[in-house]
Design a protein around this ligand. Structure first.
Ligand code: GLU
Length: 488
């Protein structure tokens, strides 16, 4: 196989994101993608490799979904399945020859062996070991087969797997997040490297690929720590130098259990559809495993790429805090220019005309945490409201409400600046009891607000009127008046 003692590929550091296409891109996975992207830095390379050798869990549409979600997040890869690169192809099922070559090498040196044991035998073995209170692992029966016996099995077409012969001794590495790690190899099972369907397992394929792709740093979830000794054994048996490892902690939900569907949304696209900005989600996710060591909390992806270093990766589990995400999203929404916000609101307001979007953006920018709040806030702009009599008049007598509505129809013609003060004056004039004048004014304003927007909470009246137009506002006031008159 390729000798990598002399490095040949571009990039000071080469990091990869290697998802298995089994569903949607989740927060936990995109976290390792984002950390890898940022840690590659501006002078490194970030690769995407699709690990699709588990054919049982393979979902054909998943890869496209992953790439789209990553691109939406603002992650840019230098090499990958869609754009190619010096190590193409970047899809494992298209790289089988590399794994077979490695497996043949391991078989040839005795670092691996063929195993013909049936599923039933392995199940029985496991059950017996469990019953005896022993650790469950393969008993190496096939390792003891003579070469002639192995050949005989192959000749009769017996199905087999290839297993790693876990060497004696210890495995050690200095994890960039967890610090020094040490495992007794005697406690580790002889891992299957090539399955009976001819596909490699993750344990072989990713080692071969990380080597051939000259990956310098592997950033992955802490769940892979127990398997790392197997991977180191493959590197050693192949005569390859392993990359550095950074095992990042679990992402937890608010109840401090591993983040999962139980906690609500976990897929990146669900966050997009809820109206989170990619900037805010990336900012949030960076903190699930990294800390700047200062009080700063707002970082763009490019700032993160400049600032992030391995020594500030965190080893304790991080909690995905929805409230923090809402806060960051609000901050990022307020950082957008009005045309940009208008553009991003588009999918949330399919009924809006293009010229309406910028005024809407200006109106909501200070008020929202999520883009999907806007349709509810502005429902009145796209459909005539139909408030009930109770909603309309609130605490006022019908006659008082009707009088005030009548007066306000003319006032709507005035300029926005005047509108509120003239409405207030009219309301004050209609108060019968001077003692509760403020409350009366509020009640009157509320009648106009509900008549025009159908909502008790809405953007300020002048902006709401500007959005629907004065003519529409007057006609809504007239309709409200007619409704009161009808009931009276
Ligand atoms: N395909 C593995 C996964 O999706 C990748 C683990 C790794 O980054 O090495 O979990």
């Amino acid at each position: 196989m390729t000798d990598l003692s002399a490095r040949s590929l571009p990039g000071n550091r080469r990091l990869r994101f290697a998802p298995s296409p089994t569903g949607q891109l989740h927060i936990g996975s995109v976290r390792t993608a984002l950390l890898s992207y940022c840690l590659a830095g501006h002078d490194g390379r970030f690769l995407v490799r699709i690990e699709d050798t588990d054919r049982e869990r393979f979902v054909p549409t998943a890869t496209t979904g992953y790439l789209e979600a990553m691109a939406w997040m603002g992650l840019r890869w230098d090499e990958g399945p869609d754009i190619g690169g010096p190590c193409a192809p970047y899809v494992e099922s298209e790289r089988l020859e590399h794994y077979h070559q490695a497996a043949d090498h391991l078989l040839g040196t005795g670092a691996a062996y063929r195993c013909f044991c049936s599923r039933e035998r392995l199940d029985d073995l496991r059950a017996a070991q469990k019953a005896a209170g022993q650790p469950t692992r393969y008993d190496r029966r096939c390792w003891r087969l003579q070469p002639t016996e192995v050949q005989a099995e192959l000749d009769r077409g017996a199905s087999s797997v290839i297993r790693l012969l876990m060497p004696e001794g210890e495995s050690r590495w200095d994890d960039l997040v967890l610090g020094p790690q040490e495992f007794q190899n005697a406690e580790i099972d002889d891992q299957v490297l090539i399955k009976s369907d001819g596909f490699p397992t993750y344990h072989l394929a990713h080692v071969v690929d990380d080597h051939l792709m000259e990956i310098t740093h592997v950033v992955r979830g802490v769940e892979w720590v127990p398997s790392t000794p197997k991977h180191l054994a493959v590197y050693r048996a192949m005569g390859w130098v392993p990359p550095e490892f950074a095992h990042v902690p679990l992402v937890l939900g608010s109840d401090h259990k591993k983040l999962s569907k139980r906690h609500g949304s976990v897929a990146v696209t669900e966050y997009r559809d809820m109206g989170y900005l990619p900037e805010a989600l990336a900012n949030m996710i960076a903190f699930l495993g990294w800390s700047p060591g200062t009080e700063e909390e707002i970082f763009s992806l490019e700032e993160l790429r400049t600032r992030m270093t391995f020594d500030r990766l965190q080893s304790s589990p991080a909690v995905f805090d929805q409230q923090r995400l809402d806060h960051l999203n609000g901050v990022w929404i307020r950082r957008l220019s009005i045309p940009d916000l208008a553009q991003r609101l588009r999918p949330f307001l399919p009924q809006a005309q293009k010229p309406q979007l910028e005024p809407i953006a200006a109106m909501v920018q200070e008020r929202i945490h999520r883009l999907d709040e806007v349709p509810g806030l502005l429902r009145f702009a796209f459909a005539d409201p139909d408030p009930t009599m109770e909603e309309l008049i609130g605490r006022l007598e019908p006659a008082t409400a009707a009088d005030f509505l009548r007066a306000s129809i003319d006032l709507v013609d005035g300029s926005s600046d005047d509108l509120m003060s003239s409405l207030r004056r009219a309301a004050e004039a209609s108060a019968s009891d001077q003692g509760s004048i403020n409350r009366h004014v509020r009640d009157c304003m509320q009648v106009v607000r509900v008549a025009i927007t159908g909502q008790r909470v809405s953007p300020p009246l002048p902006e709401s009127i500007a959005l629907i137009g004065k003519e529409a506002a007057r006609s809504r006031l007239r309709r409200a008046l007619a409704k009161i008159a009808m009931v009276r």
